[in-house]
Design a protein around this ligand. Structure first.
Ligand code: MN
Length: 208
């Protein structure tokens, strides 16, 4: 095989694609540099920050969401790589399924590496320019050292705005942008629209 196919093994393993509307996806072309942020009202509200690299979306769950204030370091927990198709996903994952809850496309665009991103993922430091519809300018993701008590394999990183013209201590992006960057829907609007879809799917499945 020309390309390792296991980059999405963890993603696929966690999901039941007969139950979730999330894309199955596969590893894409390697050259792209898209990024997407999804607001995800799961068991706990968070923002999924995803950077395209090597045909997948490298992903972090940012509990409080991104900040434009360089003095605000936001916890970003590394999660499994997602397929590129996930960059178009907006909808509700049914209760009981992995990540159950509503997901909104909150920002999207491109990004540009300031340091070699392949090395960066391994070494625990990524520095990049976002060219999003909403977020712009320099950001840094740095991996924190593992705590001595930490038994989990969880990787904690910090998402930090760089000091540049796009930095701001006044604008809170999480407050400023409450609607989908793609469909302009609110979280409630997305949730309502999707309940119907799933009901019909569930009904169909039960018959067979
Ligand atoms: Mn999530």
């Amino acid at each position: 095989m020309a390309r390792p196919t296991n980059a999405l093994a963890s993603y696929s393993h966690k999901r039941n694609f007969t139950r979730t509307p999330e894309p199955k996806g596969r590893i894409g072309r390697k050259q792209g540099r898209s990024f997407v942020i999804q607001k995800h009202d799961a068991s706990r509200l968070h923002f999924d920050f995803r950077l395209e690299l090597d045909g997948v979306l490298k992903s972090w769950a940012v509990t409080k969401g991104p900040s434009l204030d360089p003095s605000e370091k936001r916890l970003a927990v590394r999660v499994e790589d997602h397929p590129l198709d996930y960059g178009d996903f907006e909808g509700t994952i049914p209760k009981g399924q992995y990540g159950g809850g509503t997901g909104m496309l909150w920002d999207k665009g491109g990004w540009e590496a300031e340091i070699d991103p392949h090395e960066g993922v391994g070494k625990g430091k990524l520095s990049f320019i976002l060219k999003g519809m909403r977020l712009k300018g320099g950001f840094t993701l740095v991996r924190m050292r593992k705590g001595s008590s930490g038994r989990t394999a969880r990787e904690n990183w910090l998402l930090i705005k760089q000091r540049d013209a796009e930095a701001s201590t006044e604008v809170d992006p999480v407050e400023a942008w409450q609607k989908s960057v793609e469909t302009r829907r609110s979280m409630e609007g997305i949730a309502k629209a999707n309940t119907r879809t799933w009901r019909s799917k569930t009904t169909r499945k039960k018959k067979t």
